[in-house]
Ligand binder design. Structure first.
Ligand SMILES: C[S@@+](CC[C@H](N)C(=O)[O-])C[C@H]1O[C@@H](n2cnc3c(N)ncnc32)[C@H](O)[C@@H]1O
Length: 254
């Protein structure tokens, strides 16, 4: 299976509960569109739209919104939720729109999941009018006091693949794609959880119990024990807070 196909399946499976699990994307969608500040009537293309965290804010501001996503599951849910936007299944690296079709291209948390973000950035440049704007968000890993949980996950489930796309690298890629020097800002979205059980519930939303079922039996038990020890400790010493952060990058096509 290709990595694109794997991505499609992952997001198809997540489509139903995507914004429940990733609760911060709605706030960051609002932040991203507010930075771009599109006037009513702006032709906005939202790429990797997911469940519409960015696209629906554009719609509320009076933009004419086209949303695309590679996942059929996301496209079906978004189209059902928003009959007032055009929703299409397309690949960010091979958009099927004529040159200069849009005034604003947005992409919330997309570039970080692409194997070749340069291809998508070249497409964003191509479909924008001169002076058109691109607004992208990039997730930042904030480990902070949750380092123990990151370590536990890595020990049981292995590490992620490759180094994540950095904000500096994204700005370099934007300039290489022909955009002006980007502006960048950092946004943080913390969420306090009342107790260790709430942290477990949050992991459960992400399928951790099912993943544990696939491990040999003593591992599932020891993971749970070590998880609750770590979570109790964090709860007693300052409380449990999930911290998410993103950089928002905006620039124009000369
Ligand atoms: C992390 S989610 C972000 C969703 C949404 N933009 C948000 O801010 O909540 C990434 C989205 O990009 C989509 N995606 C992944 N690879 C893609 C590609 N090559 N072309 C278009 N969409 C893609 C996924 O299906 C998923 O919906």
């Amino acid at each position: 299976m290709t990595s694109t196909e794997q991505h499609r399946r992952k997001y198809d499976a997540l489509a139903e509960r995507y914004e429940e699990i990733y609760f911060y994307v709605a706030d960051l969608g609002r932040e991203l569109v507010s930075r771009a500040a599109p006037p009513p009537g702006t032709r906005l293309l939202d790429v990797g739209a997911g469940r519409g965290a960015v696209a629906r804010v554009g719609l509320a501001r009076g933009c004419t919104v086209t949303a695309v996503d590679a996942s059929a599951g996301m496209v079906a849910r978004l189209a059902a939720d928003h009959r007032d936007m055009l929703v299409l299944q397309q690949d960010a690296g091979a958009l099927r729109f004529p040159d200069g079709s849009f005034d604003l291209v947005t992409a919330g948390f997309l570039v970080q999941v692409l194997a070749e973000p340069e291809m998508a950035l070249a497409e964003f440049h191509r479909v924008l009018v001169p002076d058109g704007m691109v607004a992208l968000s990039l997730e930042r890993q904030v480990v902070g006091r949750l380092g123990w949980l990151h370590d536990l996950n890595r020990e049981y489930f292995g590490g992620g693949s490759g180094a994540p796309l950095s904000p500096d690298r994204l700005d370099e890629l934007l300039v290489a794609a022909g955009f002006d020097e980007p502006e960048r800002t950092m946004v943080k979205v913390p969420r306090h959880l009342p107790d260790p059980a709430a942290l477990w519930d949050w992991l459960a939303l992400q399928g951790v119990p099912e993943a544990l079922d696939d491990l040999p039996s003593p591992h599932a038990v020891t993971f749970r024990e070590r998880f609750f020890r770590g979570a109790e400790d964090m709860h007693r010493n300052g409380g449990i807070t999930l911290e998410f952060a993103a950089t928002l990058h905006t620039t124009t096509r000369p």
